[in-house]
Design a binder for this molecule. Structure first.
Ligand code: ZN
Length: 377
C-alpha cells in the first residue's frame, strides 16, 4: 500500500509536458496532415529511410518521432497506430529499446557521437525489427558529423529509418535535406492550444479564467510544450490560474498597446505615436516584441485587403523597415532608437502628400450644397 502511495506521488510530480505527452497518433494536437501521412505510409508499407521534421519547438516533432518508432516495431499495431502494450512498445516508451536511438545534436555535435550511433544501427536487429535513429536539433551537427551522416544516407542499411528534426532547416546542407522526405510541422493554433490546456487544468482539478488562458496562449506563440510548461509552473502556486497570477509570465508588449500603436502608425498621427512609445519605454517590456506584433497586424491588413491598402506605398515601406530590423540578431537600445528614427521619418514623409490631398478635398467642398444635415452633389 505504502509502495503504491509512493508510486502515485512520484507519478504526480512528473512535469506536465512528460505526463501529458501523447502516446498515440490520435492524441497528437494540430498536426493532422503529418499524422494522416504517416498512417498511410505505415498501412501501405511505404517507409522511407530518412525523414526530416521541420518546425518550431514544442509542436510535436519528437513526440511523433517516438510514436513512429513504436508503430514500426509494434507487434500488434492497430490501424496504423501503436498498441503501447507489447514488449517493444513498452521498451521504447521507457527508453530501453536496443532498436531505437535518440540523440540531441545540440549536446552531441561531434563526429564521434554520430559514428557511435551509426555503428549501433548497422548491427541488424535479431528479430528483424526496424532500427530507428532520431536526431533532434540536427542543424547543430558539425560539418564532419554531417559528412558521416551523409555517407550512411547515401547507402542506408536495410530496415534503418532516420528521423531528423530541426527548427532551422537553412543550417542543414542540401546534400542531407535532398535525401530526406521533408515534413513541415505547423505552429499549434489557439483553438487547439486552448482546448489542450483547459483539459489538463481540468484533469489536475484546477481552474483557469478566460483572460489568463488568452495570456498563456499569447505567451506560448503556437508551442504546445511552452503552454503546458506555463500551466505546470503556475499550478505549483495555485490551482486557480487568474490573469493577475500569470501577469509576470511575459515581458512582451500587450497586444492592446501594439494595436493602438499600429492604428496611429497607419493614420500617421505622430503625436500619438510618440505618446505610446513613451508609455512603452516607461515599462519593462521587450521592445522588439512591438516589431513582431505590428508586422503581423500589417500583414493581416494587406492580406485581408482592408481600406488601409489604399496607402500601399507607405505600407510597403513600413513593411520593409520592419523586415530590416526583424532580421537583426540582437535588439539593443541604440538599435531601437535607430528604428524609431527611421520610422518617424517614414511617417513624416507619408503625411506630406496626405496634407496636399486634404487641401484638394477641401477645395471640393463648395461643390456640395448643404441643406440642413443633408449634402447634395
Ligand atoms: Zn505495441
Amino acid at each position: 500500500m505504502k509502495q503504491n502511495l509512493i508510486t502515485f506521488s512520484t507519478h504526480n510530480k512528473r512535469p506536465f509536458h512528460s505526463k501529458y505527452r501523447p502516446t498515440h497518433f490520435d492524441e497528437i494536437v494540430g498536426q493532422e496532415h503529418i499524422v494522416c501521412y504517416f498512417k498511410n505510409v505505415i498501412l501501405n508499407k511505404r517507409i522511407s529511410f530518412a525523414y526530416l521534421f521541420i518546425g518550431k519547438h514544442g509542436v510535436g516533432k519528437t513526440t511523433i518521432s517516438r510514436i513512429i518508432a513504436k508503430v514500426l516495431n509494434c507487434s500488434q499495431p492497430y490501424y496504423g497506430d501503436a498498441c503501447n502494450e507489447c514488449v517493444n512498445c513498452i521498451n521504447i516508451s521507457l527508453g530501453k529499446s536496443f532498436d531505437v536511438h535518440e540523440i540531441n545534436a545540440a549536446l552531441n555535435t561531434g563526429i564521434d557521437n554520430i559514428r557511435y550511433i551509426i555503428e549501433k544501427i548497422q548491427l541488424s536487429s535479431v528479430d528483424g525489427l526496424y532500427k530507428i535513429c532520431i536526431i533532434d536539433e540536427v542543424h547543430m551537427l558539425s560539418l564532419n558529423a554531417f559528412n558521416a551522416l551523409l555517407k550512411v544516407l547515401e547507402e542506408p542499411p536495410k530496415n534503418v529509418v532516420f528521423i531528423l528534426a530541426t527548427t532551422e532547416i537553412k543550417k542543414i546542407p542540401n546534400t542531407i535535406t535532398s535525401r530526406c522526405h521533408k515534413l513541415f510541422f505547423l505552429p499549434i493554433d489557439k483553438i487547439n492550444l486552448a482546448s489542450s490546456i483547459s483539459k489538463i487544468v481540468w484533469v489536475e482539478q484546477g481552474n483557469v479564467t478566460n483572460k489568463a488562458l488568452l495570456h498563456i496562449l499569447n505567451c506560448s506563440e503556437g508551442s504546445l510544450r511552452d503552454a503546458i510548461n506555463l500551466i505546470d509552473m503556475l499550478m505549483i502556486n495555485d490551482r486557480n490560474i487568474t490573469e493577475s497570477n500569470c501577469a509576470f509570465l511575459s515581458t512582451q508588449i500587450p497586444y492592446s498597446v501594439s494595436h493602438l500603436f499600429f492604428s496611429y502608425l497607419v493614420s500617421g498621427n505622430i503625436i500619438s505615436i510618440l505618446q505610446v512609445l513613451y508609455h512603452i519605454q516607461s515599462k519593462n517590456w521587450l521592445e522588439n516584441s512591438l516589431l513582431t506584433q505590428i508586422q503581423k497586424m500589417l500583414e493581416d491588413d494587406i492580406v485581408n485587403g482592408s481600406p488601409l491598402s489604399l496607402k500601399s506605398q507607405y505600407l510597403l515601406s513600413l513593411w520593409q523597415l520592419l523586415l530590416k530590423y526583424q532580421s537583426l540578431n540582437s535588439f539593443t537600445n541604440s538599435i531601437f532608437s535607430s528604428f524609431l528614427f527611421e520610422l518617424i521619418n517614414l511617417v513624416l514623409k507619408s503625411s506630406t502628400p496626405k496634407k496636399s490631398n486634404n487641401f484638394v478635398e477641401k477645395k471640393k467642398v463648395p461643390s456640395l450644397i448643404k441643406i440642413g444635415n443633408i449634402y447634395i452633389c
